[in-house]
Structures are given as structure tokens and as C-alpha cells.
Design a protein around this ligand. Structure first.
Ligand SMILES: Cc1ncc(COP(=O)(O)O)c(C=O)c1O
Length: 476
């Protein structure tokens, strides 16, 4: 069986990655020269040789996002079941564009999505689709929201509308909305930045004010994006209040829960997502906190007919056209040819069960708390506030750029820089179900040592009156 071949390789690779470096040190020139010298494709190579070479490149020339000390940008450690699923998908090459070609695959996706849709509190029969990622799901929300809100949008586009539509979000929302505003023809200036409170949550009074002002000035407000787990700091916008304003003002309420949405499975965390069930549409990525390989985004929408209208397509050449309760995915989503994206989530859910997922999610939330407490105990300042496992921190005099560079160079952990209200900080997100408490304590100890070293180096430099710029890059 396939699993017998993959299980050992998967376990071995996990071990190798966990005990190896996290951050590569390589230039584009080096890789290009390597590829150019070996792969002119003029001669045939044995597959074994190519596989070995690719594995060597991937093991040495990438940030190992499945490393237990990768505290990064929502890229998870993946589960065996989801890896086997992706292999099966490639082997069968199921085409999900129309239902009749892949009935089993389409129903497996439908079954999985509807299970999650009901967890999110959306009504039965809501439209759900797997997407390439959060970006496609958020783009789908904007397109469906426009279609729902402006009857002429589909046929005549934005130029047929009497007023310019506007979208409301905070500067903490994902920056993909800039591209979405660009791609939909709304224009980047259609994005209205709503003020935030001191915790960086959307200020709903400012939202109300801006909507009223825009209407008075001849714009057509149509959509508010509330984020559940912002990318930089993990904040959850006040979803119930935003939902209420959207209902009163007749606005489309999109919840971008690309990362945080998976917390809906956790009895310990789900109350933080209260209000998500009032959304018109939701983005949630399984390739973030549900620990499956990329790309596995999901788009949920309570307005089935608006989704069908937004993505309708009339063609004669698609075989076995479906209608009624069974819809062809190419007529209900942005993609046409469709990979069997959802199998990895289906198989991982079937293998681990809901309880296994609750354990994985709660474990990561607990590791986030361990990191927060340990940093606080050692005098670091936590500069964000979220119940999710994303910790932003700094300490007096820390040069975050130098600190993070040294963190990577010494292979202590992968963390990233972030700026909160103009203050630079270090961002660490627990994204691996394999991160343990000893990992965290080891990392914090190493960070303490590193920060002390860098501080005493700066003091010595100052005492010796060495101009600070001469110390750049030293002591990495
Ligand atoms: C809140 C949020 N929305 C959307 C996205 C985009 O998701 P993807 O990278 O899967 O397209 C991200 C990515 O991190 C995100 O954090």
C-alpha cells in the first residue's frame, strides 16, 4: 500500500528536519549555477537520481517550515494523512471542474466543507468551495459581494454603477486586499482604512462614521472585512459588532479567518470567534492551522445564488452538465480545471478525528502561552494581545533586525520582524503541532543569551567610542 512506502520516509524526513538547520544560506546565483550546470534537459536521468538531487536541494535550500522551531507565517507542519492524500490526488489526477467527471471527489469535498461550514455556524446549503488559498477565497468574497450588492455589476462592470463601491477594513487586514481592489477594478483607493483601538481591533465607531461620510459624499459602501487572526499580530476584530453594523447598514460582512478560523474546532478557543456565524462569507485556510500541505484554502458563503451568479458559465463542451442541488464547481468558483484540493483535509480529519484536531490546535495555543509566559518571566515585553498562539515581543534597546539575523544565523529559530504602531518587534507564531515545551524553553534561553551578548557588545562599542555603524553585521 502507498502508506507503507510513505510512512517511513515521512517519519525519517521529519526527524532529519527537526535536527537540522532551519534557515538556508544561499544566493540565487548559486542555485541558478547549480541548476544550469545539471539540468539542460539534453540527456535523460534516472528518476532515483533526480529525486535524490531534489531532496538534497529542498533540505539545504529552503526555510524548513515544518521544523518545530519555525515560528513563522502560518505555514504548518503537515500530517502523514494529508501527505498521502496529496500523493493520491496526483496519482489519480481527478478533475473536479464538473461533477460528472469526478463524482466521488466532488462529494468528498462537499461533505468535508459542509461539516466545517456547520461548525462555523453557517446555514445548511451554504455555498462552499476549496480554493488555492486565502487570497483566492478573499477575492471570491469581493466578487460575490459586488455581484450581490449591485445588480448591474456582472453584466456592465463597475462602469455601469452610479457610484463607486468602497470596502472597509483596518490596516491590520491582509495586504492581499490591495491586489483584490486592483484586480476587481474597484481600484486601490476603494479601500477605506478604519481606525483601530489600542489592541489593534477595528474601531466600530469609526467604521460607522466612515460609512455615513462616504454615503454622504456619493460613494457606495458595500463590504466590511473583519479579520479573525490578523497576519502580523493575531488580533480578532469585534465580529459581533461589525456584523450588527453590516446588518443595519446593508453591507456585506466578510470574515477573513484564514488562520484563526480553525479555532472554531476548539472548545477552549471557539468563543473568541463569536459573531463569525453572522458573516455573509468566510475565508478559512486548511493549509494554515489545519496542518495540511498548501494549497488548501476554503471559501464559505451563505448566499448560494449570488455565488452561482458571480461564477456562472454557459458552455456546450463541458460533459454531463449538472444543475439544481448538484452544481458543477466550474460554475460556482473562480477556478475552472480543479485539482482535488480537499482530499488532504478529508483524510486528515478522518484519520485524526475531530478530537485529534482539537488536541493539535489546543497544543499550539498552549505552546503560545508557554512562550508568552517564559518571555515575560525573563523581562521581555509582549506587545500584542491575542488568545491565539502569536507572540510579538521586544525589550529595551533591542535592535530587532540584528537580533533576528543572528537568530537565523545561529539556527535558533525562525521568527520575523513586525512593526506595531511604529515600534519594531519580533513576531513568533506557533505553527507546528510538533513544537514542544522544551523547544520553547531552549529558544527563550538562547534568545536571552543572544540579546545579552548584543547588548554588552553595544555597550563595549560605546565605551570604546566605536561608531555604531562600524558594528553593523558584527556579532551576528
Ligand atoms: C488573514 C489572512 N488572510 C489571507 C491570507 C492569504 O492567504 P494565502 O497566503 O493562503 O493566499 C493570509 C496569509 O497569511 C492571512 O494571514
Amino acid at each position: 500500500m502507498l502508506i507503507d512506502n510513505i510512512r517511513d520516509d515521512f517519519a525519517k524526513l521529519q526527524q532529519e528536519i527537526a535536527s537540522g538547520p532551519i534557515v538556508p544560506n544561499v544566493s540565487a546565483e548559486e542555485i541558478r549555477a547549480y541548476l544550469g550546470g545539471r539540468y539542460e534537459f539534453a540527456t535523460r536521468m534516472s528518476l532515483e537520481h533526480v529525486i535524490a538531487d531534489i531532496e538534497k536541494m529542498l533540505q539545504t535550500w529552503q526555510v524548513q517550515v515544518t521544523h518545530p522551531r519555525y515560528f513563522g507565517l502560518f505555514n504548518p507542519s503537515v500530517t502523514l494523512a494529508s501527505v498521502v492524500a496529496d500523493t493520491l490526488v496526483a496519482m489519480y489526477n481527478s478533475q473536479l471542474a464538473n461533477w460528472r467527471t469526478s463524482p466521488a471527489a466532488n462529494e468528498i469535498e462537499r461533505h468535508t466543507l459542509h461539516w466545517l461550514s456547520s461548525k462555523l455556524g453557517l446555514p445548511d446549503g451554504s455555498a462552499c468551495t476549496f480554493t488555492s488559498g486565502g487570497m483566492e477565497a478573499n477575492l471570491s468574497a469581493a466578487v460575490v459581494g459586488l455581484t450581490h450588492s449591485f445588480s448591474g455589476y456582472g453584466e456592465y462592470g463597475l462602469r455601469g454603477l452610479p457610484a463607486s463601491p468602497t470596502i472597509y477594513l483596518t490596516k491590520e487586514a491582509h495586504h492581499g486586499y490591495n491586489k483584490i481592489a486592483h484586480m476587481t477594478g474597484l481600484g486601490r483607493r476603494a479601500l477605506r482604512m478604519v481606525a483601530t483601538d489600542p489592541q489593534l481591533r477595528m474601531d466600530v465607531h469609526d467604521l460607522e462614521r466612515q460609512v455615513i461620510d462616504d454615503r454622504r459624499n456619493g460613494f457606495a459602501p458595500f463590504m466590511v472585512v473583519g479579520t479573525a487572526g490578523t497576519t502580523a499580530v493575531g488580533v480578532i476584530d469585534p465580529l459581533p459588532e461589525i456584523g450588527r453594523i453590516c446588518r443595519v447598514e446593508g453591507l456585506w460582512f466578510h470574515v477573513d479567518a484564514a488562520w484563526g478560523g480553525s479555532a472554531i474546532l476548539s472548545p477552549m478557543l471557539r468563543h473568541h470567534l463569536a459573531g463569525i456565524e453572522t458573516a455573509d462569507s468566510i475565508t478559512c485556510d486548511a493549509h494554515k492551522w489545519l496542518s495540511v500541505p498548501m494549497g488548501c484554502g476554503m471559501f464559505f458563503c451563505r448566499h448560494t445564488e449570488s455565488v452561482a451568479e458571480a461564477f456562472r458559465a454557459e458552455v456546450s463542451y463541458m460533459p454531463g452538465k449538472q444543475s439544481g442541488p448538484v452544481r458543477d464547481p466550474y460554475t460556482t468558483s473562480a477556478q475552472w480545471s480543479r485539482r482535488f484540493i480537499g482530499l488532504k483535509l478529508f483524510m486528515a480529519l478522518a484519520h485524526h478525528g475531530e478530537s485529534g484536531y482539537v488536541e493539535m490546535i489546543d497544543h499550539q495555543a498552549t505552546m503560545g502561552n508557554v512562550l508568552r509566559h517564559s518571555l515575560t518571566n525573563f523581562g521581555w515585553k509582549i506587545v500584542n494581545s491575542t488568545p491565539l498562539p502569536l507572540v510579538c515581543f521586544t525589550r529595551d534597546g533591542l535592535d530587532t533586525t540584528k537580533f533576528i539575523a543572528a537568530l537565523h544565523e545561529r539556527q535558533i529559530a525562525w521568527m520575523s520582524p513586525v512593526e506595531i504602531a511604529g515600534t519594531p518587534a519580533v513576531r513568533a507564531c506557533i505553527t507546528s503541532y510538533r513544537t514542544t515545551e522544551p523547544d520553547i524553553h531552549w529558544v527563550v534561553n538562547e534568545m536571552n543569551r543572544l540579546a545579552d551578548e548584543q547588548q554588552s557588545f553595544r555597550q563595549e562599542a560605546r565605551a570604546a567610542a566605536i561608531p555604531l555603524e562600524e558594528t553593523q553585521g558584527v556579532n551576528a
